[in-house]
Design a protein around this ligand. Sequence first.
Ligand code: C6P
Length: 459
Amino acid sequence: MLIKYSNQPVPRSIATPPYSLCYTEYLKNNPKSTKSFGLWQDLCFMPQQTTTIPTIDFEKIRKDFPVLHQKVNGHPLVYLDNGASGQMPVQVADRIDLYHRYEHSNVHRGIHTLSQNATDAYELTRKNVQEFINASSHEEIVYTTGATDSINLVANTFGAANLREGDEVILSEMEHHANIVPWQMVAERTGAVIKVIPVTDSGDLDMDAYKDLLSNKTKIVAVIHVSNALGTVNPVKEITDLAHEAGAAVLIDGAQSVPHQKVDVQEIGCDFFVFSAHKMCGPTGFGILYGKKELLDAMPPYRGGGDMIDKVSFEETTYNVAPYRFEAGTPPISAGIGLGAAIDYLNSIGMENIETREQELVNYAVKRLSEIEGLRMIGESEHRASVCSFVFDHIHASDLGTILDKRGIAVRTGHHCAQPILRRFNVPATTRASISFYNTEEDIDRLIDGIHYAKTFFE
Ligand code: C6P
């Protein structure tokens, strides 16, 4: 095994000790450490071990997810609702458990060792996220409670401060409600106008229509990276470049992309990028807002309270620097540490390997689904990730979902919090199978068998 010593973080491969484990290791070796804020930075530059594992054994990886190895309604579980929430491997659950058992304390406040250790572990995640999405600094990483919270933060700070009457915000027809409603609310307050990029029959953004919508009135473009309802992967770099040419800022909703592909925010060039921990092997209640430093620095605070201030008096209050200015009150500490462990876990497999495996599974699912008579896919983009949405003329999605559930198969049915795009395709609901790297071809086969069974039931 090769051991590298470097004052720069080395690229991590499958056997590299993850940051979260480095921290535990550090505590074991330095039980009396009184070092506080800043320790996490040292930890990020700890000697790291690397070795190369040539092939990824996804069957073995599946064993990391105890939830997948149970019976539901008398059948082995087939979990195809990863778009709603991903499952958590034992490595992440154990890391969260460790925090609760031995490290629990409030962060950014205590002079005592336990609090400082909790702060170090919690802040380690910021560095971990920075590297994961290739932000240029950990100061560009704001902790939130999820993608929804992150978008509300931007709408209520950057949006409220920069939008005037008649200014335009461009969204797309395939947005999740989380990337529609906060903008409508701020538009109502400021007099800004919402413009919508239409979607083609294949489920792609109409890029010509987008170009026509852009003007010097456009102040913000907010677009989904991967559609949770259609699976379409949008050309976010091109969208960002065009918006910037028009002088607009860009927010990308990465809730469905970050768990499935390597994301590089500097390459995309977007101003803001948001995602949730629970869709990427992490816990609920935690998420990320990436924002370019100069924009975060200029943004007013969002929620007021402890931790986000510099000085408080009844005459005047001054605020902390970004990103802490946006993080009021005691945060979900264990969830933040859990996200760090989730990133370590995903890195240990490699996002490229995850993307390749998921693409294989999605292609297999699309092939098998399209062989079913009467099934109509909603969303047929050539650029598709992780999601297969479909309808039948004579079977309601919720009936199909219920029958599948009785056979241990978990899918999502309904409008997927994306009503405008379902309206665009004239359907009230779809059945959605959303895939992750721990799924198998056998899971897809079980889905197909379940659909055939439902068909005989209804026809
Ligand atoms: N989509 C789905 O089943 P939160 O709830 O804040 O973690 O994520 C909101 C959100 C924002 N954008 C996109 C693209 C999303 O897919 C989601 C969550 C889930 O499709 C639950 S509605």
